[in-house]
Ligand binder design. Structure first.
Ligand code: SER
Length: 599
């Protein structure tokens, strides 16, 4: 089936069951400072899942453009993509499991035409006070029975712990921040019986095995819980359904194809790549992988550009640049010439013209930006190649240098070297790579964790002022404010935090007032060491982008502020002097930056 046909059938199916069709929102969220990209259909609906009234009613459906940056390195196999469309239907406190599960089954077997014998399901096995989802098990047994299939637990229905069958934006219950909705879910897997189990993934195959025989095609989340500040879960005022289905995987399933890159959307890109490279898709694993990476990254970068993220060094633009550059590097492995990414973008825009049309001027601007980025990076790669020619013999360490400076992937360097009859030491390359990873991790920590230039008196005082500022921002702007970065020199502090709009002069004045009040109160600064979980339970603020060790230091400034932090700090607030904000500006999408001084 074609992608547009399956999308239409899904929307029609739920429209006929009383759902309103919502448009796809932008891939760049405009009202959610906590994330760079829209990564699921439920993301813009969180307030409504928590109980606010949605203007379009309690039954909603859509196909949402989604992007998951964390999947970049996984792209190259037959089913992972960074960009995908998520089919979604929602009940906002209206219908629940009894309607949802039979509807999904009906859609999959009648509308998408999937063989029910090839469907397998998972449910939540229970944890703590949340019981096993026996209701879904009973429902599934009945649903499969109606298709003439006896579905036994352990054979067709499988219960799994929270790691697999609990869904929230932050994963398992213990990772959910206060206020976050979540719940048990029921996933559906499609079996490709012709794909043999790969023992590299474990002795025996099972529905959650990653060998590719079973592919997860959709998920019904029963979103009925909310995380509380005390760490517990309570029932939401309404029981919701949040369904997500991977459109591309579903289309591939209708074609009996385990490979999502064989669907219609990618066909024109692959034909172009085949013509330009002289290789056939599927001919050998390395070229196939390169073609998949170009298809995925080219599509994702183009769709992100359509939604306003042009290649740059910051935030979303940086991810777009990374996608384009990675695709170009793999293009080189196929001996593709400059211009193939621009052609890929053109194919993507054409393929989505009926669903996500782009006005002609905007289309030209996107193609021009892609072409410019391509030329720039190719020039850089060209320079790298010249450097290589000057090197008499390529060592693993040099191969790494080429990777670091010019973005040469290992495969490319190896091939250059092979042409010259040389062999490069892969182990040495990997050792250098590891060293570099560790160094950048440490550097990252230095930049964000303390973010202090030194431990001199001025820096230490500004550090304490940063904690006061963080808490004051939360009091004035709201509890959505979270630290996104901190950098302190002897002259000033710089603090990045999530907030969707400019902080008004009036709000800044209020923040200054609060910080100065706390300074005048001469609050003592103290710390204690506790487990991370206890610190969070006790209400300590944390930098959520950071990985903390099990034991952490919690700094308290009187009764005003409590934050996980490595220190050091001033002994008491009266030592700080007068606090003033000197500048407020945007840092990246949804993140503001404040500069402040003490005098
Ligand atoms: N929110 C769930 C998911 O992303 C279902 O839509 O998988």
């Amino acid at each position: 089936m074609k992608t547009s046909e399956l999308r239409r059938r899904y929307l029609d199916f739920f429209r006929a069951r009383g759902h309103t069709v919502l448009p796809s929102v932008s891939l760049i969220p405009d009202n959610d400072p906590t994330t760079l990209f829209t990564s699921s259909g439920m993301q813009p609906l969180v307030p409504y899942l928590l109980g606010q009234v949605h203007p379009e009613g309690r039954r909603l459906v859509n196909s949402q453009k989604s992007f998951r940056a964390q999947d970049i390195e996984e792209v190259g196999d037959n089913r992972h993509t960074t960009f995908f469309e998520m089919l979604g239907n929602w009940s906002l406190g209206d219908y629940f499991k009894r309607e949802q599960l039979p509807w999904v089954f009906e859609f999959l077997t009648k509308e998408a035409g999937l063989d029910p014998k090839r469907l397998y399901v998972s449910v939540f096995e229970g944890q703590g006070e949340i019981p096993k989802d026996s209701e879904s098990i009973a429902l599934w047994k009945g649903i499969f029975a109606s298709a003439g299939i006896e579905a036994r637990e352990g054979e067709r229905i499988f219960a799994y712990p929270a790691e697999k069958n609990w869904w929230s934006r932050s994963g398992v219950p213990s990772n959910m921040p206060a206020g976050e909705p979540g719940g048990p879910d029921s996933e559906i897997f499609f079996e490709f019986p012709d794909v043999p189990h790969d023992p590299a993934f474990g002795e025996k195959c099972h529905i959650n095995c990653d060998c590719g025989r079973f592919v997860e095609i959709c998920n019904s989340v029963f979103m009925q819980y909310k995380k509380e500040a005390d760490g517990g879960l309570t029932e939401l005022s309404q029981k919701n359904v949040d369904f997500g289905g991977g459109l591309e995987r579903l289309v591939a399933a209708t074609l009996n194809e385990p490979d999502v890159f064989t669907i219609d959307i990618f066909a024109p890109i692959i034909s172009r790549l085949e013509a330009a490279s002289g290789k056939r898709y599927g001919e050998d694993p390395a070229s196939t992988r390169s073609m998949r990476i170009i298809c995925d990254h080219g599509r994702a970068a183009t769709m992100l550009m359509v939604d306003g993220a042009l290649p740059s060094n910051k935030a979303q633009g940086y991810v777009v640049r990374r996608l384009i550059r990675r695709a170009i590097r793999f293009g080189r492995l196929l001996s593709l010439q400059t211009g193939f990414m621009t052609e890929t973008a053109r194919s993507v825009l054409d393929a989505y013209d009926d669903t996500y049309p782009v006005p002609p001027e905007r289309r030209e601007a996107i193609l021009a930006a892609m072409s410019q980025e391509e030329s720039k990076f190719n020039a850089m790669l060209g320079k790298g190649l010249k450097e290589i020619e000057k090197i008499p013999s390529l060592t693993g360490a040099l191969a790494f240098k080429l990777f670091e400076t010019y973005g040469f992937p290992w495969e490319m360097t190896e091939e250059i070297a092979r042409e010259r009859g040389q062999q490069v030491d892969r182990a040495e390359f990997e050792a250098e790579f590891k060293k570099h990873q560790e160094l950048s991790r440490t550097a990252g920590k230095g930049m964000f964790k303390g973010g202090l230039a030194d431990h001199g008196e001025a820096v230490v005082k500004l550090h304490t002022a940063t904690h006061l500022l963080h808490q004051a921002l939360r009091s004035v702007l709201g509890a959505h404010v979270q630290q996104k970065g901190s950098n302190i020199t002897g002259e000033r502090l710089r603090f990045d935090f999530s907030h969707p709009q400019k902080v008004s002069p009036e709000e800044i004045r209020r923040v200054e007032e609060i910080v100065n009040e706390q300074i005048l109160r001469d609050l003592p600064v103290s710390f204690q060491i506790t487990s991370y979980d206890d610190a969070i339970k006790g209400g300590a603020l944390a930098f959520f982008g950071e990985r903390y060790p099990e034991k952490v230091k919690v700094y308290e400034i009187g009764d005003f502020s409590k934050e996980i932090c490595g220190g050091p700090h001033a002994e008491k607030t009266s030592l700080l002097g007068k606090f003033s904000v000197t500048r407020e500006e945007a840092s990246s999408a949804g993140v503001r930056r404040i500069y402040a001084t003490l005098s």
